[in-house]
Design a protein around this ligand. Structure first.
Ligand SMILES: Cc1cc2nc3c(=O)[nH]c(=O)nc-3n(C[C@H](O)[C@H](O)[C@H](O)COP(=O)(O)OP(=O)(O)OC[C@H]3O[C@@H](n4cnc5c(N)ncnc54)[C@H](O)[C@@H]3O)c2cc1C
Length: 549
């Protein structure tokens, strides 16, 4: 036991607001940024009639190509968000809530902010409850809209909605007067125009077809870095209005409308949804705190708001454009400093791009037990063991602290995610999809491509066979939480222990539910093949029903 360790209880760290700017400052920064990225008043607009923008995971104004195209192609833009009841259903295999209360609250904040920002530009946001395939054709008909513009998605639940919307629009007959370039007297259908907008590199610029996307990230990265350029952000005109006349624009929903109870973030990070908060965080991270220049050295941290960018929840909801981050990196490199760290933010965003393109290549296999490589392995689905992981009662402080952070805040560091994933699939031998679906419930930044892409890698069933790692808990604790500050923050009962004993399972803490696969001596990042020995499967959850997504 180290004598330097203090046994004095530490006071709990306060809740950190991410971004750390106050709301007035956040608004100011967002307003200035949006202004800087606005097109001049002479921006060209030749369209006629009404165009609908169907907002999905692109809840922003800045660099929103669907919004821009709708404006250019019409006299009036109707902006719509459909609160689809399916996103509040259950996850596919194990029946967890598809959207937990924290992400639902984040979404509500995103919608409120989007509505406000659209109103500043002379538009509004029509909020409707129901399925897009039922709402959008009705709206197109009522407003005589010639086109519904929306951001293109890549996973099958979302693709299915796109197909249904498109089919629904085909049943709407519009008079020729509302459709440009149609013959007088002819009858036309409104069209669904899907626009690529989620990634930093544009899909059309890739030097290969997504079907022949490289199986190795490094090969992908080197190729796009050498052969592609990142497009500049689309400048949205300062004035987009007026919108068509609408009797009732609908209200921003509340949590109880989703049947969810608000869950207060009492410690850790409190993220605020919406583009204004996103732009505030970017400003803070780059310009106010100069954190980007040390990112590569801090990014493996677990405690506090500033060890990494924390951009992911806004990227996942589309409140933040990756191309905007790219431009800010380039501006920072020009105006302040270019180094490994400034580059590394882009390196990580390329991972995000890669998982998005991979989802287009792999299709549903990303969600299947054997993953894209159809790996055969026996997993268990034992509920009590899984619940000890989910609830942070495994007896391993590092696992339990991370899982408590996830359920309290909806966020977990990248380091934490890799560790708890490895523990679940390799030390417990549990079906990786249970972990992935629990992340789907909880994460503020949940994105099917990044979530299932990372889980398949963690479980050793991903498209790249080399991404098959075992994370040793003792080694990870030693390297990333040597003083047990992180675990003591989330597990207050450990605060009275000397710092060098806090990360020890069994020390004044619960008995571990499973032994570690390699005992306490496992080394970091061992390549140990897949998972631990299978222990007879039994789980009361639903059986897989056919194709996932
Ligand atoms: C099991 C597991 C599940 C994950 N699920 C998700 C998810 O649902 N949604 C999600 O956005 N990320 C997911 N990640 C990736 C990563 O953990 C988060 O993007 C990151 O922790 C977010 O924090 P940050 O914004 O501070 O990241 P930073 O370290 O600041 O990175 C900057 C940005 O790069 C991107 N990025 C970084 N690492 C990755 C990665 N490994 N894969 C994809 N993009 C990355 C993110 O958009 C991130 O915001 C998962 C990782 C693991 C191991």
């Amino acid at each position: 036991m180290s004598s330097s360790s203090s046994s004095k209880p530490e006071s709990p760290a306060p809740v950190s607001q991410v971004p750390g700017l106050d709301p007035v400052e956040m608004e100011r920064v967002a307003g200035q940024t949006l202004q800087r990225y606005s097109a001049s008043s002479s921006a060209k607009r030749n369209g006629r009639g009404v165009a609908v923008v169907w907002f999905r995971n692109d809840l922003r104004v800045l660099d929103n190509e669907a919004l821009y195209k709708a404006w250019v192609s019409s006299q009036e833009v109707l902006a719509v968000y459909c609160v689809d009841p399916r996103i509040f259903g259950s996850t596919h295999y194990f029946g967890f809530p598809k959207t937990g209360a924290l992400r639902a609250q984040f979404l509500i904040e995103c919608l409120a902010d989007l509505k406000k920002n659209l109103m500043k530009r002379g538009l509004n946001l029509l909020i409707q409850h129901g399925k897009p395939e039922e709402i959008l054709p009705d709206l197109a008909k009522a407003f005589g809209a010639h086109t519904v513009y929306a951001q293109k998605e890549t996973c099958s639940e979302e693709l299915n909605v796109e197909r249904l919307v498109s089919k629904g629009l085909q049943r709407v007959a519009l008079p020729s007067s509302s459709v440009q370039s149609s013959k007088p007297g002819s009858v036309n259908n409104p069209k669904l125009q899907l626009i690529w907008g989620t990634t930093m590199y544009h899909i059309d610029d890739l030097p290969f077809d997504t079907s022949s996307l490289p199986d190795m990230y490094t090969q992908f990265r080197k190729s796009v870095e050498a052969k592609c350029t990142v497009h500049g952000c689309i400048k949205i005109p300062a004035s987009l209005g007026p919108p068509p006349s609408v009797e009732d624009w609908g209200c921003v929903p509340s949590l109880d409308q989703f049947g969810l109870q608000s869950s207060i973030v009492s410690k850790g990070m409190k993220f605020v949804g919406g583009e204004s908060a996103a732009l505030g965080r970017v400003h803070e991270y780059f310009w106010k705190k100069d954190l980007v220049k040390i990112y590569k050295h801090t990014r493996n941290g677990m405690l506090g708001p500033d060890y990494s960018t924390k951009f992911s929840p806004w990227l996942a909801s589309g409140s933040l454009s990756p191309r905007f981050i790219y431009e800010e990196v380039k501006r920072y490199e020009k105006e302040r400093e270019a180094n490994d760290s400034t580059y590394w933010v882009l390196f990580e965003l390329i991972w995000r791009d890669y998982f998005r393109f991979l989802s287009a290549k792999c299709g549903n296999s990303l969600f299947h037990l054997g993953g894209p490589r159809k790996v055969e392995h026996r997993w268990i689905q034992e509920r009590t063991l899984f619940e000890s992981w989910r609830d942070g009662h495994t007896g391993y402080p590092l696992i339990d602290a991370n899982m408590k952070e996830l359920s309290t805040t909806g966020f977990m560091s990248n380091r934490g995610r890799q560790i708890v994933c490895s523990f679940l699939v390799r030390d417990m031998g549990i079906d990786w999809r249970m972990g992935a679906e629990w992340f789907e419930t909880c994460l503020l930044d949940y994105d099917p491509c990044s979530n299932y892409g990372n889980w398949t890698y963690g479980a050793g069933v991903g498209n790249d066979p080399r991404e098959d790692r075992y994370f040793s808990i003792p080694k990870q604790a030693q390297n990333y939480d040597p003083d047990g500050e992180y675990v003591a923050y989330w597990l207050p009962q450990l605060r009275s222990l000397p710092k060098d004993r806090r990360n020890f399972p069994g020390m004044a803490y619960i008995k571990p539910v499973v032994p570690l696969k390699f005992g306490n001596a496992g080394s970091r990042h061992q390549n140990q093949g897949r998972g631990s020995a299978a222990r007879g499967a039994n789980f009361g959850g639903r059986q897989p029903r056919g194709q996932r997504r």
